[in-house]
Ligand binder design. Structure first.
Ligand code: PLP
Length: 394
């Protein structure tokens, strides 16, 4: 039987995807340069040259081997490369046996949530958050528990999180550098939060898994991103090459179940089982091979830094309020009215300015602008931002 839930999920895509689709259509109607599309997180920086070279080289290999299935968790050599990378960068004793190659962070998160949460459980998320978290949590038949980030600086609000955690809490999801706000949780904030989480585990008498969603790990503007497994043993990382190597359409990333986890074997098997139950046979083998070769390639953050400066100085001149991003490539801008949906709708319909309303991220009164676009589009969008501001002063 068809279910209302899936019909609704399919017929009402999230606001980011709807705006993106609208933008494609509108550009075809009035011209690419007349639509100021800040909707989606498609990296504007091209993938490193080494990605192209590696693909070309791999295509010379016998096709039957290159395109064959791998083990469900991925090729041993690829998983070893991921574990080596974690070892070299963070000094952690990461074993390849606990690395699971996935179709990006999205699949990694859906699998991980399915692995650690079940009906009757609660999963804590920090508002505002990437909207698909709630879809994956509800698919696991668990309940979403929302805790707002600290209002002043969008760091984790440890006392508020402590109040939300109880015996039903199976997991907490954090995302730093953060989409949509751009905040990076400081080492002190992570320390306070994980100390609280350890105390809660002792109190409730079962593990509370910390799912660290890290697609923006490499995209920071100077702040260090604390390595979460150093702070908390029951951590599961969900990493992706969508943003770091600009490969969002290729769907490649990994789950790493911390080797310091007391029950690592069962959690690992549960990850494998959840992936199997969801029909993930294995991640793209071609792209497993690509990231195996390219995992140590640096991300080109400079272009995003320049966009950030260009964009924020323009908005400063026009008098917009926003949160200065420490990482990722989104600007969290105060809407000019309480109703962020109405604000985004006005920007879209009157100025062809495509901004995601904060409601899409379960936050109120803001809009997200992705500045992973060309500097020309940012410059040319000035007229739209001016018009939008003026429209509230009339
Ligand atoms: N998590 C966050 C916070 C994201 O912003 C995104 C994508 O934009 C994802 C997960 C999914 O990324 P992927 O392309 O790796 O599936």
């Amino acid at each position: 039987m068809l279910t209302e839930r899936y019909i609704k999920l399919g017929s009402e895509p999230n606001a980011i995807r709807s705006l993106f689709a609208y933008g494609q259509k509108r550009k075809a109607e009035i011209g690419e340069d007349k639509v100021y599309d800040f909707s989606i997180g498609n990296p504007s920086v091209p993938a490193p040259e080494k990605v192209k070279e590696t693909i070309s080289k791999l295509l010379e290999e016998p096709a039957d081997q290159l395109h064959s299935y791998s083990q469900s968790a991925g090729l041993t050599s690829t998983r070893q490369a991921m574990a080596n990378n974690l070892r070299q960068r963070f000094g952690i004793d990461a074993k390849y046996e606990h690395v699971y190659m996935t179709h990006g962070a999205a699949a990694g998160l859906a699998i991980t949530i399915g692995a650690v949460a079940a009906e009757g459980d609660e999963v804590v998320v920090i508002t505002p958050y990437f909207c698909e978290y709630s879809v994956w949590i509800e698919t696991a038949r668990a309940t979403v528990v929302e805790v707002p980030a600290r209002e002043a600086d969008f760091q984790l609000d440890v006392p508020a999180m402590a109040a939300a955690i109880n015996a039903r809490t199976a997991a907490v999801i954090i995302d730093s550098p953060n989409n949509p706000v751009g905040s990076v949780y400081s080492a002190q904030n992570i320390r306070e939060f994980t100390d609280m989480l350890k105390a809660k585990e002792a109190e409730v008498g079962h593990p509370i898994y910390l799912i660290s969603d890290e697609p923006y790990r490499e995209i920071t503007y100077g702040d260090e991103v604390p390595f979460v497994p150093d702070y908390y043993d029951n951590t599961i990382l969900c990493y992706s090459f969508s943003k770091s190597l600009s490969l969002p359409g290729e769907r490649i990333g990994y789950i790493y179940v911390s080797d310091r986890m007391p029950d690592v074997d069962n959690v690992w098997f549960s990850v494998c089982g959840a992936a199997r139950a969801m029909g993930y046979i294995c991640a793209s083998v071609l792209f497993q091979r690509v990231v195996e070769e390219c995992v140590n390639e640096p991300s080109d953050v400079e272009a995003y830094r320049q966009n950030r400066e260009l964009f924020t100085s323009m908005l400063d001149e026009l008098g917009y309020e926003y949160i200065q991003p420490q990482g990722a490539f989104y600007l969290w801008i105060k809407a000019l009215e309480e109703d962020d949906m109405a604000f985004s709708e006005r920007a879209k319909s009157q100025f062809d300015l495509l901004l995601c309303p904060s409601s899409c991220f379960h936050g109120k009164g803001w809009a997200r602008a992705g500045y992973c676009i060309s500097p020309e589009t940012i410059k040319n969008s000035r007229v739209a931002w001016e018009g939008l501001k003026a429209s509230y002063q009339d």
